[in-house]
Design a protein around this ligand. Sequence first.
Ligand code: GTP
Ligand code: SF4
Ligand code: MG
Length: 474
Amino acid sequence: MLWLALIKSPQPPFTKGGILFTDKLLITLQFAFCNLKFAIKLSNPLACLPLWDLGKMKKTPKSLRLQIGLFGRTNVGKSSFLNFIAGQDVAITSPIAGTTTDVVEKAMELLPVGPVVFLDTAGLDDTSGLAEARLKKTVKIFDRSDVLVLVAEPNIWTEYEDQVLEEARQREIPVILMVNKIDLDQPSESFIEKIREKTDRILFCSSVDPTRRDPSVNAFKKILIEICPEEFLKPPPLVGDLLPAGGLAVLIVPIDLEAPKGRLILPQVQTIREALDSDAAVYVVKEREYAHALQKLKTPPDLVICDSQVVVKMVADTPGSVKCTTFSILFSRNKGDLIEMAKGAAVIDTLNPGDKILIAEACSHHAIEDDIGRVKIPRWLRQYVGGDLQMDVSSGRDYPDNLAEYKLIVHCGGCMLTRREMLARIQRAKEEKIPITNYGLSISFSQGVIKRVLSPFPVALDALEVEMKKIKAT
Ligand SMILES: Nc1nc2c(ncn2[C@@H]2O[C@H](COP(=O)(O)OP(=O)(O)OP(=O)(O)O)[C@@H](O)[C@H]2O)c(=O)[nH]1
Ligand code: SF4
Ligand SMILES: [Mg+2]
């Protein structure tokens, strides 16, 4: 507090609390303060935090990139883990303790989370022998980190690990505990029990085993999605980026048995609202009136959006030069991961009669007679495959544990889920290596129009085509 008062004070000489602070007195105090800091540091490496940083209050995000601080004792494999995640040598690693002496930053796109930057720090412990200035730099990374990865070794838990967890707890920074080097030593049951008492976000990994990279990276992303602060999971636009100001979107909205009485459904309303927010106009029609409505327009629309159930008719009625897509695709991008879902759709080509498919509904709505998930999609998929398929339906907030049994997951639009929940479901499927797609994409695929309706999203279209080529080649 005294130091805080001093650094905020005017140039000496000045009076505070009845004391006259001269140049000399300030220098003496500063010297005493540095000695005190050094003395504390000898017994506790984290104590080299400037005192005014200790117990800092709740953090706010520092940039648009999620900042991930890598902490751990010297030689535990922090830099190796960074290289492992990056899939390339970004940071120097070596068996000599204290290899990383300055903070190494690596910015990357970690989909589906988005842009992140890893901050690889110098190892912090009594053996590092680093100059105080470098230690300070390392602990300063607490200030920058939105998420912290504490790298540890199997069966070794020291005061240092507890200190990092405590510092993170005080600052409310979520932590992932990464137990590295499991190829050298298997974590004992008592060790696992002990660390589980400290956190339930634990990953086990060997950062030098490339054959385990995919599962390790997927498991890491899954936890990251669960814990990263809300502002980093901001959804991409729904439709705003596809419409120029002053442009026109045509929305084809079926008014059938599934349509609620007297109103439009939320996805349709949200699309209209975002188009209006982008200063575009919206023309809403039923599928029967669409072709006629199009003829009456003086200039073609900038985008046509339809319900997936009428996608074939929409594509047939839309000139090739006009961009078109489905609500389902718009929401797949906005709420989840369109690229992953597009790749999943390609797997429909590999289905054989008898394969097991999971239809995953995220709420337990009342199913109607001709239900889209329970009746129509199974029918279209069976027609496409030319035989019977085993279809299980899961509904509600519980995602089944037995994903590994399925050849494909066809998920609903997830309108009741948050983006975080939807991404977590996609990530779980990835972890179990089970392809996942959604209702709308599966319909467009099985009806042969997927490339057309994905064309406004070239990256997703490309992912689909690459996946289809891979499938053909095998
Ligand atoms: N067998 C095995 N060796 C590993 C693993 N991870 C890292 N290493 C080795 O451990 C040594 C230290 O790894 P680094 O990545 O440099 O460790 P660090 O935590 O960055 O170390 P400092 O920068 O010195 O704090 C290197 O020789 C790595 O090759 C692992 O999972 N298994
Ligand atoms: S899209 Fe999914 S969450 Fe939304 S109403 Fe349909 S089944 Fe429920
Ligand atoms: Mg290092």
